[in-house]
Design a protein around this ligand. Structure first.
Ligand code: SF4
Length: 197
């Protein structure tokens, strides 16, 4: 890989047997014409482009859909409904094991108080992120989320759990993922995030 004329150029093996010569400028030109980049090009950018170049290319795509000079944001709050977790990730300073002092589970009233604070600050998006708590049944989640929908209606939106928490919850309840998702959906959940792995 060499730096040449202001652009990275190089030869790489794609996942197929084809070798491709790519450059940031070439890919930028394609994006500039409104075309979608291919998997090989995305991989090449991931492996070769700088953060500044990636930001610049992402900005080109963003400008197709939104006014280039306009940015919007949402005020959101992450609600850590429990810190009890059995996953024991080695980088985590948040969790307490079920038998450990300092573990907590928020009540509905405590969650409402946090959501009220969010609304008072002009926020309207909440996320629920906790731990793999073996003492929390599916009913805790369903009752909590149904109560939030009943109390707040559409004045705020929330997404419930990470996909890792959801999978743990479903497994713990001995339900298929489809069944567990159906129960959460029936209690008012509209999103589950892809994070957590
Ligand atoms: S799953 Fe989350 S809360 Fe549990 S140990 Fe890992 S990072 Fe911590």
């Amino acid at each position: 890989m060499v730096w040449k004329g202001g652009h990275y150029t190089g030869r790489m093996s794609s996942s197929s047997t084809t070798s491709l010569v790519m450059s940031v400028a070439g890919i930028a030109a394609k994006i500039g014409h409104g075309l979608r980049i291919g998997r090989d090009e995305a991989r090449w950018l991931w492996e070769n482009a700088s953060d500044v170049e990636l930001r610049s290319l992402a900005g080109l795509v963003r400008a197709r859909f939104h006014k280039p000079g306009a940015c919007t944001y949402m005020v959101m709050r992450i609600i850590n409904y429990t810190n009890v977790c059995v996953a024991q990730c080695d980088y985590c300073a948040f969790y307490k094991l079920p038998s450990q002092e300092g573990g907590y589970v928020l009540t509905q009233e405590q969650v409402f108080a946090k959501l009220d604070e969010l609304l008072a600050l002009g926020g309207d998006l909440a996320a629920f992120n906790g731990g793999f708590n073996p003492h929390l049944p599916l009913s805790y989640y369903c009752e909590l989320f149904a109560a939030i929908r009943a109390r707040y209606g559409d004045s705020l939106e929330f997404y419930a759990l990470t996909i890792a928490e959801f999978m743990y919850l479903a497994d713990h309840a001995r339900l298929s993922y489809a069944e567990a998702a159906g129960r959460l959906k029936a209690s008012g959940v509209r999103w589950i995030t892809g994070g957590g792995f």
